[in-house]
Design a binder for this molecule. Structure first.
Ligand SMILES: [Zn+2]
Length: 258
């Protein structure tokens, strides 16, 4: 195709952008009644853009709301334990019979110096750790702030420790039944949580065994502030076998905490 050198050197001015002559003319319309698609239509204002949130702030803010305003119940036991550097006790750190903390070679299957001469109502103890520090805080939080999540997590960890002990001793999970130490109905209603029932349920899941609420407990004054001997006197005779706790075939019925 040929090109005009003069036109290339002096390009024609661009066509005016003003309104062009139009025929036939558009009918007159009062202002504000323009038809959709007409040249003088003013587009409707765009909806306001959503407020921009700075990255990270909502998550931090929500965590503050959960932990400071709602309470510690939103935190997990796993995160609290990790922050505190807490780990469950290995079997060598406590007496396998009474659960007391011991040093190396201070305990064997027959017990330790604290329990060898004593008759105990159980033959074997498994623990997560001494009742102190973050573990104590978590137990108390689960019990008194209805922190269901921590009860389930503590139960799961305890169940893992029991499962290890059962494996070492060659006990099949099918032969095991987890029974929680019950809370009195009055106290459970006041607290809004059956913390031992929740822990037992989670522990039985970890072990792969059954659980059942086979005991009931009469209401007694609180144990706080009592010495060890006074505590034993306070709860003496308060536990009874639950009528109908075992269903047909000796299978445990579902307890109130399940
Ligand atoms: Zn012992």
């Amino acid at each position: 195709m040929a090109t005009d050198p003069a036109a290339a050197a002096n390009p024609a001015p661009p066509p005016p952008t003003a309104e062009r002559f139009r025929w036939p003319p558009l009918p007159f319309e009062p202002a504000g009644t323009s038809r959709p698609g007409s040249a003088d239509e003013i587009p409707p204002p765009a909806p306001p853009a959503p407020p921009q949130r700075r990255a990270g702030v909502p998550a931090r803010l929500w965590r503050v709301i959960e932990e400071e305003w709602i309470g510690v119940g939103s935190r997990s036991w796993a995160s609290a334990a990790e922050e505190a550097g807490w780990l469950p006790d290995g079997a060598a750190l406590y007496c396998p019979r009474c659960g007391t903390s011991v040093g190396a070679f201070e305990a064997d299957a027959a017990g330790c110096s604290a329990c060898r001469e004593r008759r105990l109502p159980w033959s074997r103890a498994v623990r997560l750790g001494p009742y102190e520090g973050p573990l104590r805080d978590a137990v108390l939080a689960g019990k008194y702030t209805a922190w269901k999540r921590v009860c389930l997590e503590l139960g799961r960890d305890l169940g893992d420790a029991v499962a290890d002990a059962l494996r070492i001793e060659g006990v099949a999970p099918e032969a095991v039944l987890v029974c929680p130490v019950p809370t009195s109905l009055r106290r459970r209603l006041a607290r809004g949580i059956d913390h031992t029932g929740l822990m037992a349920r989670a522990a039985s899941r970890s072990i792969g065994c059954r659980s059942g609420s086979l005991l009931r407990r009469a209401h007694r004054p609180p144990q706080q502030g009592l010495s060890g001997e006074a505590r034993r006197r306070n709860v003496a005779g308060s536990f009874r076998a639950r009528a109908g706790g075992l269903g047909p075939g000796g299978r445990p019925r579902r307890g109130p905490g399940r």
